[in-house]
Design a protein around this ligand. Structure first.
Ligand SMILES: Cc1cc2nc3c(=O)[nH]c(=O)nc-3n(C[C@H](O)[C@H](O)[C@H](O)COP(=O)(O)OP(=O)(O)OC[C@H]3O[C@@H](n4cnc5c(N)ncnc54)[C@H](O)[C@@H]3O)c2cc1C
Length: 380
């Protein structure tokens, strides 16, 4: 796919921003401290990144899925974790409200999220319900006009900084599996909401992740998003869009691994020659280049289908996420290999790429869950 003028211009602007603002010092600081950086968050917010895909009437830029993909790719090409800063509001955070929220809810919550003034996160996973998210144990029991929430969500990206969380909780205990689950937006500062410890992660350090615990948290019925007991399909639909974002991040990371490998292979000399001149090395680079391009085209194609509301879009997103995440891991592996011992040392960027890449085939549906979605679409 060849980008039209508008998207090519967006690509240029996102690339310029990331190359200028995501300095080596900033990236190292995030990786070393693991702490959220409000300065870069505020700068990205000022440029409208948090609302790229949120419609104009709710304070965003009203971009399409292709714009969203291009943003994720370009930001991740410099730094995966910083692409996550701009991703949540546009996908898992804003997504459920756009899909199922009332006009009043969209007007209340989306504008401050699009402006980056508030952080909205997504809480689906639980200790006993990961890939099988229908196994949700968190409950929201009706009590007059209110609901009382009890349970624990785990691995919640951005929870320590969040103002609000979208959660999924069982509202009808008589219904089995993924039925009887409803979706709520909960103020993180309500009595009974608390955080687990920050997780010590392998990669994507600098965007804290923790559990969120709910103990007799009382919310009004205005916090219910969408119809009662029908929240689970919205979670699944939201994840389609989220997967596209992760596919785009994977393309960016894979491209970065390729760029670093090419640069190093041309500089490094062994046996009196550039290592790029050894076929064993050059073939690894050729494989990486083909992986990057295939992943990019699959991701852009899935974005086009999403923009066209095509019924095949969901499966296309699963294919793109599956392929691009695995391709990013292959590329990060080869980039380290091409750097030899230096690739194992933190001073070289590929060491972090290798650690960061690992999450891409795990969150927002593991590689095996994408394979299930793809296989089910063919074998049903
Ligand atoms: C850093 C990080 C950030 C995250 N952020 C969020 C967030 O913001 N919000 C949120 O809700 N969740 C979040 N998650 C959770 C993430 O989406 C889950 O970890 C993921 O969906 C997998 O669930 P699990 O860890 O329980 O693994 P499990 O479901 O226990 O899977 C373990 C293994 O079994 C395989 N497996 C499971 N079922 C099947 C099957 N049917 N067929 C074949 N293989 C199968 C899996 O592929 C995997 O290899 C995050 C996780 C991490 C690590």
């Amino acid at each position: 796919m060849i980008l039209d003028k508008k998207h090519a211009m967006q690509q240029k602007l996102f690339r310029q921003f990331a190359e200028t603002e995501f300095t080596k010092e900033l990236q190292e600081e995030l990786d070393t401290t693991g702490a959220f950086n409000w300065d870069i968050h505020n700068k990205m917010a000022k440029y409208g990144f948090m609302g790229v895909k949120i419609p104009v009437e709710y304070g965003g830029a009203g971009g399409d899925y292709l714009s969203y993909v291009i943003m994720n790719e370009e930001l991740s090409r410099q730094d995966l974790v910083l692409s996550i800063y701009a991703n949540t509001s546009n996908s898992l955070g804003g997504g459920p409200l756009l899909l199922a929220g009332s006009e009043e809810q969209k007007k209340e919550y989306l504008p401050p999220v699009a402006r980056g003034e508030k952080i909205l996160v997504f809480g689906l996973t639980e200790p006993g319900a990961g890939s099988d998210a229908g196994g949700t144990n968190t409950t929201a029991i009706p009590d007059g006009d209110d609901f009382i929430i009890n349970g624990r969500k785990c691995f919640i990206s951005g929870a320590p900084m969040a103002d609000w969380i979208i959660i999924f909780a069982k509202t009808d205990l008589s219904q089995k599996g993924s039925r009887g689950i409803s979706m709520f937006i909960v103020d993180m500062h309500l009595p009974g909401v608390s955080l687990g410890a920050d997780e010590k992660k392998m990669g994507i350090k600098g965007y804290p992740t923790s559990d969120v615990v709910f103990e007799d948290v009382r919310v009004g019925k205005e916090c219910l998003i969408g119809p009662l007991n029908k929240g689970f399909p919205v979670a699944m639909k939201t994840l389609d869009g989220g997967r596209l974002g992760v596919a785009a991040m994977s393309v960016g990371l894979a491209q970065c691994a390729l760029d670093e490998a090419v640069k190093y292979a041309k500089e490094r000399k062994q046996f009196g020659r550039r290592i790029a001149d050894f076929q064993g090395v050059s073939f690894m680079i050729a494989e990486m280049a083909a992986d990057v391009e295939a992943a990019r085209q699959m991701t852009y194609h899935a974005a086009e289908l999403k923009d066209a509301n095509d019924p095949e879009a969901g499966v296309a997103c699963a294919k793109a996420k599956y392929f691009a995440a695995e391709a990013a891991n292959r590329c990060a592996y080869k980039a380290v290999q091409i750097h030899g011992g230096y690739g194992y040392i933190q001073e070289y960027k590929v060491e972090r790429l290798y650690r960061d890449a690992r999450i891409l085939s795990i969150f927002e549906g593991t590689t095996q869950i994408q394979q299930l979605v793809i296989a089910n679409s063919l074998l049903r």
